[in-house]
Design a protein around this ligand. Sequence first.
Ligand SMILES: [Zn+2]
Length: 297
Amino acid sequence: MPVSLLVDLRDLQLFPPALGYTIAGIFGAIIGSFLNVVIHRVPNEESIVFPNSRCPSCGAAIAFYDNIPIMSYVMLGGKCRGCKKHISARYPLVELLTALLFVAVAWHDGLSVALPFDLVFCAALLALVFIDAEHMILPNVITYPGMIFAVVARLAIPYLTGTPHFDDLPSLAHGTLAASPVWVVSVVGAFLGALIGGGSLWLMGWIWEKLRGVEAMGLGDVKMMFMVGAYLGWRLTILTIFVGVLSGSIIGVGLMARQGKKDMQMLLPFGVFLGIGSIAALLFGSYVVEWYAGQFR
Ligand SMILES: [Zn+2]
């Protein structure tokens, strides 16, 4: 039975929107600080819980008052308090990006059941984007739980709210599915989206391998798109792949032109472009798909 009480907490007007967005931004900066730990440690297979944060240069433990997101970096002038070595600008950048992203997701969702799920989804993608950019890997310890998380969200959100919520559900409610409970349609949509997301990436890699005899894409991209496809549904997944391939090709061709290479042998961290595409699709994709579909009506 759907719990209709949870449908729209926005109606309760718990606090004015400006305060809500400020809280979302501060919370995002704190989560961004945690994502920095994930981005730094997960590729090295280190624990993300212990020990506390340390300076990458001298190894000195970073005190809590030097670990305030964004502000500490600015106040310390981007240098370690102990050894005065330069600290990567990636740290405040990730914190700022996460803060802005959380504000955008809060704007998109309002104070709804979907909000915490969308925040987790975006945070995971942001970590994947930065890890792929630096190491050219998309770790299983993020993508595997991500797939399970996506299916849980696809089940929980429609079940708790009684609403379709996900972008692909109206397009799936035909035939036998039209008579099914909305959470059943949602889970079916998750598997269809995963199949289209992971399947098309796998197919692209397979074709490239047959044509060129080199492995173009790691299975990390395929696993990432299983997760993204399950969460976003087939419509937004196709949009994500379109945005990813288009932006990746433009940047790739640009980089090749700059380096004077004629061959497409250069490896691009494709997960970066797919990750950015996924977040864009979550925030704006439904409008884009509706506009596109409207052109044919
Ligand atoms: Zn230091």
